[in-house]
Write a new protein. Sequence first.
Length: 149
Amino acid sequence: MLRILVPGKTAQVGWELQSTLAPLGSVIALDRSGMDLASPDSIRRAIRDAKPEVIINAAAYNNVDRAESEPELAMQVNGVAPGVMAEEAKRLGAILIHYSTDYVFDGERDRPYSEDDPPNPVNAYGKSKLAGERAIETAGGLQNRKDIL
């Protein structure tokens, strides 16, 4: 049976993923008490305990406005945590699925952005999400933006 780890079980995406993924295997859904994204040790411990084959990161610091007054926390959760997850996924041979955001772009184009467009975030939230993409890439888990959902 496929073991699927879903951090962010109380968030909208995480909540929906739990029932959607259930037919595919054993879903281990965690909230902040099970995996604190502000703590790399908590992330490592949760992933090592769960031993998943797939990690779907549905958790994030997603209060765009508050990220301006809490940029360090936003960066820890959105920028550092995905890299730790990628490192652990690689160590286990697991797949990591990570959600990014259009906030990694500046919004100046008069057409929709594509995965090939260069990022240029203009706020703390976008910068933290871009840092997460780059942390995953550094861990060897991302070849290009098209690999991100």
